[in-house]
Design a protein around this ligand. Structure first.
Ligand code: MN
Length: 259
């Protein structure tokens, strides 16, 4: 049987399920907050044009506006200065073959529950690999923190000295990029970097190393607890915005029942 025919049958029988890893894009979902000297992202706005009323008696539609980095969203290489000269570095030029790729899920939920500033280290990934095998070339690594179960102020977790949210340490993300050849790194928090990542060396190491190597980021993911450690296949197609640095997107995972 052809691979696609088998896939369609498995989707029909429930042997392969599709899991939604996307937060609802709404005006209430927290947006990243930068120090006041930097330009802020616009919030998500959803403005009614008509809903079966005088402005449109038979139809319903809205105008949308949002920053590229709002809600569950994709970071392209051009988002960071280290990736500014990467070929195919904006969302309109990304190779579409990269938009369907396997995912490894590393469960950091216990550490993140105990410590808002929990950091994923190379040693933790190596311990994960001892159990599940090496992170394959071209895979997403998703950091499960269960942060998506938080809402409102607890989700952004801002204090006087900035956000306190988990992420990878500099050595870990550099090693994943250089020694494991990952396609990208995904988190449940607002950034691929830890909330305090601006104080790391280099600052914001996930952005620095991922995008400098032409790799990608996913943020504000949810439902990572529904994925197996290995075996899921992610579909991540950002909007094809002219020279866009990223975009909100629907992130879907295909999961085998026996995975
Ligand atoms: Mn982003």
């Amino acid at each position: 049987m052809s691979v696609l025919k088998a896939l369609v049958q498995a989707l029909g029988s429930g042997g392969v399920r599709v899991v939604d890893l996307t937060q609802t894009l709404s005006e209430d979902f927290p947006t990243i907050v930068l120090p006041p000297e930097f330009g802020p992202s616009a919030p998500v706005r959803i403005e009614r044009i008509s809903r079966y009323d005088a402005a449109g008696p038979a139809w319903y539609w809205n105008n949308l506006s949002f920053g590229e980095h709002t809600g569950t969203h994709f970071d392209a290489p051009a988002h960071w200065f280290t990736g500014r000269d990467r070929p195919l570095g904006t969302v309109d030029t990304l190779p579409v073959g990269h938009m369907v790729a396997p995912a490894c899920v590393i469960d950091c939920s216990a550490g993140s529950a105990a410590d808002d500033d929990f950091l994923l280290t190379r040693e933790m990934v190596e311990a994960w690999e001892a159990e599940h095998g090496l992170v394959p070339d071209g895979a997403w690594v998703l950091m499960r923190s269960d942060w998506s179960k938080r809402t409102g102020a607890d989700y952004a977790n801002l204090r006087d000295d900035g956000a306190h949210t988990p992420g990878p340490d500099a050595g870990c993300i550099r090693w994943l990029v250089e020694e494991r050849g990952i396609l990208g790194f995904g988190t449940e928090t607002i950034g691929t970097d830890a909330g305090q990542g601006g104080h790391f060396d280099p600052p914001f190491p996930a952005h620095h190393f991922l995008h400098g190597a032409g790799r990608y980021g996913l943020q504000c993911l949810t439902n990572l607890h529904l994925l197996p450690p290995v075996g899921a296949v992610l579909m991540t197609a950002p909007l094809k915005v002219h020279e866009g640095s990223g975009s909100p997107l629907r992130v879907l995972a295909m999961v085998e029942d026996n995975a």
